[in-house]
Ligand binder design. Sequence first.
Ligand SMILES: [Mn+2]
Length: 388
Amino acid sequence: MSSILVLLLLHLLSFSTARDIIFPPDSSIQANLQGHERQYESSLNSQKDAFAEFEKYAGLTTFANLPWVHCLSPEEHVDGYDIAFLGAPFDTGTTARPGARFGPTGIRQGSRRIGAPMAWSAYTHENTFLEWARIVDCGDAPLTFLDNTVALQQLVKAHKVVSGRKANTTEVADVPRIITLGGDHTTTLAALRSTINHWGPVSVIHFDSHIDTWDPKVLGGGISDYAGLNHGTFLHIAHEEGLILNSSAHAGIRAPFINKKHDLKNDKRCGFEIITAREIDKIGVLGVVEKLKARVGDSNVYISVDIDVLDPAYAPATGTAEVGGWTTRELLSILDGLEGLKVIGADVVEVAPAYDNPGETTVLAAAEVAHSLMSLMVETPVKPLSRR
Ligand SMILES: [Mn+2]
């Protein structure tokens, strides 16, 4: 070997040593942070074990990296929880584009950057993950995709099992509350068929571009009872079954009615007041918040968010998109403005990830909506009927 080659080899070796990259970088800036590590202890819950620490992109994908609990286990005892995320992979009640059966997975994907230790709100300076409630992801309910009737019965049962367990933090809550990740909007009916048992009839705050109180004869055409139960009629049926109060409200409505006279009359009969999408231009976000709060008053509230309440610019991945909707910021401001309401259940539905874009616009929005719904529940604990 010539001496030139030896020199070259030595040079390469020294070069590679000099280029060793150390994680984390041992810079003076990092060193200055070390005196503040106590500040992060409560957040990170760290025992200085790198593998036990919170990692946002590690492990299996749950909503906001929350712990998974097998809430639907036949076992009598599972790890306790106060608020549970439950996926409802069902989309055979849709009248337009299908695909919301993949909504729960999509919303969890959109939530991967959210995590309990680092979720301090820029607006409230609070972190609702770290307060009294133990919050978990129960995974998805097992639903058949071949029979809507059976699938919805399965979903009602899943809701009853998940909400039927004793809450974790009994000093504050008795009944665990559920946030459903839909699923098409028909899945809300299954939730309401379960909430009636603990909370009685509830006011529904329904964020949607469509009224969804359509008479099955109008939407479904009276072909069969089976066809009559779909994502545009479930609120009509919820009213017929006595599950909801006459102090309910729609927010963000802009889709055309099918029958000019009958739809509006029937909507009122089902207990709803309408805030249209364009009303926000006149009364603003605060005006919408005030109207919704005045409408539901002190009653128990179920908040259902059809992601199509957003403009398709902010949520293209949905089954029945309607242009002229709200922005993500407007919706989040309205939701956060509802602090103080007695929210006993909630959902984000109609997320169909196949129509999303590479930037994941819709699932990111849906995840943040679910985070806001969760925060409303943490901020206001509610006692069930049996305890009042
Ligand atoms: Mn809807």
